[in-house]
Design a protein around this ligand. Structure first.
Ligand code: GTP
Ligand code: MG
Length: 608
């Protein structure tokens, strides 16, 4: 039996192809807002960091009504680091809308999310989006999507997926690439016609896989998923089990509250039946991948284990001379507790203890997911320091293997030579190269290691016009040495406050990251040296009064404005013997070993 008045779809795409903007319009045209109600753009990106960065980090549920059918929509993140999230979400829906940017065409994450949807046998509605872009290539992009489907071994049925042409921003959809649409009716109609209604065996015992978790300080953890079968009533007894721990006894609990999604709200319900996507509170330690069952029929639903993390960073208690001045939570107990809490929400994160009680290894899917965690913790008042990211190796058939990423770059044709050379140096193999207008799209397989720190160089090499995106592809045998960074650091020689005179002399040696008045300590990194060696600079050195030269020479001390570094840039910059100090107010780069003499001794020992 099917519940024909219901559809569950996920919107999937590469980063920035317009998922959240399209959901906005679906909500507007689905009558979610009262007339004249003020609305914000990308309303589903409700987190602080999501709004600031303009990206979706967590998948979110919403629902609209069209004709007499309820459409549950899940907006998913497009950034590769959150791919694990998308993989899980797909278990909750019965079909997907695949968005492809009409100018960029399919990108690495398009391939990843589409392959996961096809594996689950989902029906796909292809949406060529942003057709209003002046540089759109609608017809080529359609061909590229077909090629991708072929490449991914789509079935005939999936190959014949309906294609729509949309401008999410303008709120239009059309069946034809040449006739512009007027509203989203074609999209809504296609969802109703083409996406199957969920199975709804309401008589069977209750069963639901938890695909997502929300958290609210009043009710605690909230489990989100699609009811596989049966029905649930408020305050009913339930049992929780997990496919991956078949021998563990099922935990007893109670469904204290049940919610359905409607527009932007979670609406409390007294009961819910199979096929519906619901949220449920009342189960304290529920996690993603658990199955909630009727106590009379405890049967866990199979759940793909999220692929293992590929990179790791060490988080440790801040031990710089400035430790504890700016943070509210600084102890190892507080940091451990916070990191553990994060693993409950983000299943692709793994936290392990180290030999040292003050540091923890945090493994994740990529630099982005870890930098979001760092930023979130800083804002909550935590202070700590982190090591540079490193890849996680695996031993396969007795060989040391490393993670390899599929990288696509889209660059102006006159920059392509330089980019290919740079990626070659980083042990990347080129797969293919296609001209796209006066640009080139080149695909590589490159070690994750080789991509650390490359983004900045890439942007410089393409004068800011290049686009690059990569996703994890596979583990393969080690590709040999790759230099991490070709520059050195300018290191402060003594503790104090940076002054113009000292900075003026230091800027001769490289690019500075700090300005006059910044407190520094011996061993702190204050700039980048163009040569691959560290240089000590005395930025606190004042001009000696006895050493007066011609009058007016002080005005001649013009400082170049310091280079402002973002958290991501800092992480890219870090060399192996360096750390990043993160506090609610500052990010400070430092040498692991602060003492100049000791660093010299270690360096000379290494050489001999
Ligand atoms: N020209 C044009 N731009 C659009 C359209 N839809 C979205 N954009 C722009 O594309 C950018 C990304 O839009 P989002 O809706 O945040 O994309 P997303 O797919 O949700 O991004 P992630 O969640 O980070 O993967 C924004 O700057 C939008 O204004 C469109 O139809 N036409
Ligand atoms: Mg989004």
């Amino acid at each position: 039996m099917q519940d024909n008045k219901l559809r569950n779809v996920a919107i999937i795409a590469h980063v920035d192809h317009g998922k959240t903007t399209l959901v906005d319009e679906m909500l507007k045209q689905g009558g979610i807002y009262r007339e004249n109600q003020a609305t914000v753009d990308r309303v589903m990106d409700s987190g602080d960091l999501e709004r600031e960065r303009g990206i979706t980090i967590l998948a979110k549920n919403t629902a609209v009504h069209y004709k007499d059918t309820k459409i549950n929509i899940v907006d998913t993140p497009g950034h590769a680091d959150f791919g694990g999230e998308v993989e899980r979400i797909l278990k909750m829906v019965n079909g997907v809308i695949l968005l492809v940017d009409a100018a960029e065409g399919p990108m690495p994450q398009t391939r990843f999310v589409l392959s996961k949807a096809l594996e689950l046998g989902h029906r796909v509605i292809v949406v060529v989006n942003k057709i209003d872009r002046p540089d759109q290539r609608i017809h080529e992009v359609c061909d590229e999507v077909l090629e991708l489907l072929m490449d991914l071994n789509a079935t005939q049925e999936q190959f014949d997926s309906p294609t729509l042409f949309c401008s999410g921003r303008n709120g239009t959809a059309s069946y034809s690439p040449d006739v512009p649409g007027t509203d989203l009716t074609p999209l809504f109609d296609t969802i109703l016609d083409y996406i199957p209604a969920p199975e709804a065996d309401t008589e069977a015992p209750f069963q639901m896989l938890v695909s997502s978790i929300d958290y609210n300080e009043f009710v605690g953890r909230i489990a989100i998923g699609r009811i596989e079968r049966g029905a649930i009533h408020q305050n009913e007894e339930i049992a929780v089990c997990n496919f991956h721990s078949p021998d563990a006894p099922a935990k007893k609990a109670k469904a204290t509250a049940i919610y359905q999604f409607d527009g932007l709200a979670k609406v409390p319900a007294t009961e819910a039946t199979a096929g519906n996507i619901i949220a449920m509170s009342g189960i304290g330690d529920i996690t993603i991948g658990d199955t909630i069952c009727a106590p009379s029929a405890i049967e866990p639903i199979e759940f793909v284990k999220i692929s293992a993390p590929t990179m790791e960073m060490t988080f440790s208690v801040n031990d710089s001379p400035f430790a504890g001045r700016e943070g509210k939570f600084v102890t190892s107990r507080q940091i451990r507790e916070r990191l553990q809490r994060e693993t409950l929400k983000d299943v692709s994160l793994r936290v392990t203890e180290t030999d040292n009680t003050d540091s923890f290894n945090v493994a994740g899917r990529g630099e982005m997911s870890l930098s979001i965690l760092i930023e979130t913790m800083r804002r909550e008042g935590y202070e700590f320091q982190v090591s540079p990211p490193r890849v996680l190796y695996q031993e396969i058939d007795g060989k040391k293997c490393e993670p390899i990423e599929r990288l696509v770059v889209d660059v102006p044709a006159d920059c392509v030579g330089g980019v290919i050379e740079a990626i070659g140096k980083r042990k990347g193999d080129m797969l293919d190269m296609t001209p796209v207008g006066d640009r080139m799209k080149v695909q590589f397989l490159v070690p994750s290691r080789g991509l650390f720190g490359y983004r900045n160089e890439f942007l410089t090499a393409t004068k800011g016009e290049g686009i690059m995106a990569s996703v994890f592809e596979e583990y393969a045998p080690m590709k040999g040495e790759i230099a991490r960074r070709s520059t050195g650091s300018l290191v402060a020689f003594e503790t104090g406050e940076a002054v113009t005179y000292g900075l003026f002399n230091a800027q001769e040696r490289g690019a500075l990251f700090i300005g006059a008045g910044t407190p520094v300590y011996a061993g702190m990194i204050v700039g980048e040296c163009p040569k691959q060696e560290d240089i000590s600079v005395n930025v606190c050195k004042k001009k000696q009064l006895t050493n007066m030269r011609a009058s007016g020479s002080d005005e001649a001390l013009r400082l170049t404005p310091p280079r402002q570094m973002s958290l991501e840039q800092d992480l890219e910059f870090l060399a192996d013997d360096e750390l990043l100090e993160c506090t609610p107010e500052n990010l400070r780069l430092r040498k692991r070993v602060l003492d100049h003499g000791e660093r010299m001794r270690i360096a000379s020992k290494k050489k001999s």
